[in-house]
Design a protein around this ligand. Structure first.
Ligand SMILES: Nc1ncnc2c1ncn2[C@@H]1O[C@H](COP(=O)(O)OP(=O)(O)O)[C@@H](O)[C@H]1O
Ligand SMILES: [Mg+2]
Length: 314
């Protein structure tokens, strides 16, 4: 069963293959990209759950050890914890060639995310009910968690060779937040767990942007009802965004090195309005990724979209 849209799948596979064709990648550029992505993910993943630090403040707290006046201590701890969890994750993916996936791993990530914040429950399954703010879904009873978690790990074991990594990682992400095994930090932990599976398959770090929170919650709620298509393809777009940024920085030659421009600039040079291009970008028909609040795309991407339309007509 594949939920991932075939066109998006092909784009992801092609972009990853292109990125891999540049190997060995320049070490210092890759290091910088990783650092940038770690901070960006720490900022976004914490901001989604209500952390008040900005991207810049997150950078200052982590890299300069600064304390931001007027911001809660908890927000500082969350930034440091999340960063540490990412370092743990990178280390693990690099060293563990067997691609282990276990309950212990999931619990370790929650332990790091919640350390010094909730000493009693960090890394431990909850022992009573929880609700998810802003969602209709009611997570299962605490008593069921051990079995559900065993089943989840078993499910990964029997599906990880059969499914596209984007399908697999997205579904695991949803299954985990659906179970909601911890009192807190389920979202952050699940986004880290999803990244383990993506990175084990060779993809770079994938970020759910704070600006996409509404869509993230909405597509998760569809998945609650068994409709996985919107969520998987929402994540797929995030995967593509990372690949685009990696390719933009790491392409050694003109090949694959497209000139990226904003939708407003592209609209000036094409027959489409910015609004229409925005619609195409949001629906995934036009390859584009978000940087800050703006969609970034290229003339080549528009040409590929036009060509694909031509083919459909024929
Ligand atoms: N409808 C839903 N079904 C399942 N999970 C959801 C739904 N809506 C939101 N979530 C998840 O719940 C998370 C919030 O749970 P929480 O334990 O507070 O995690 P965190 O503190 O890391 O945000 C969200 O980040 C999201 O991943
Ligand atoms: Mg929370």
């Amino acid at each position: 069963m594949q939920y991932l849209d075939e066109k998006i799948q092909k784009r992801i596979d092609d972009k990853l293959a292109l990125l891999n064709s540049f190997r060995p990648l320049p070490i210092s550029s890759v290091r910088k990209l990783k650092e940038q992505f770690k901070i960006e993910m720490t900022y976004n993943s914490n901001a989604i759950e209500g952390n008040s630090l900005t991207l810049k403040e997150t950078y200052l707290v982590i890299n300069e050890g600064l304390t931001i006046k007027g911001k809660p201590l908890k927000d500082h701890l969350e930034a440091k914890n999340h960063q540490e969890a990412l370092e743990y994750l990178y280390d693990l993916v690099e060293k563990d060639k067997k691609n282990t996936f276990s309950e212990n791993l999931i619990r370790s990530l929650n332990q790091i995310v919640q350390q010094n914040i909730d000493k009693e429950w960090a890394g431990r399954y909850r022992n009573s009910g929880v609700i998810i703010g802003g969602a209709d879904h009611r997570p299962p009873e605490a008593l069921e968690i051990p079995k559900l978690m065993r089943d989840l790990v078993g499910w990964v074991g029997s599906n990880n060779k059969k499914m596209h990594p984007v399908d697999l990682a997205s579904i695991v992400h949803h299954k985990l937040v659906f179970i909601h095994p911890f009192f807190d930090g389920n979202g952050r932990t699940s986004r880290l767990v999803m990244n383990i599976l993506l990175m084990q398959s060779g993809l770079p770090l994938v970020i759910v942007l704070k600006n996409d929170r509404k869509k993230y919650y909405q597509t998760l709620s569809f998945a609650d009802k068994g409709d996985y298509v919107p969520f998987v393809n929402f994540i797929a777009r995030a995967v593509e965004r990372t690949l685009d940024i990696y390719l933009k920085i790491l392409s050694p030659s003109k090949k694959g090195n497209e000139k990226y421009i904003s939708l407003a600039d592209l609209a000036k040079e094409s027959k489409f309005t910015e609004k229409y291009l925005n619609l195409l970008a949001r629906s995934g028909k036009l390859e584009a990724h978000k940087e800050g609040r703006n969609w970034i795309t290229s003339k080549d991407a528009l040409k590929r979209y036009m060509d694909s339309r031509e083919r459909v007509r024929k």
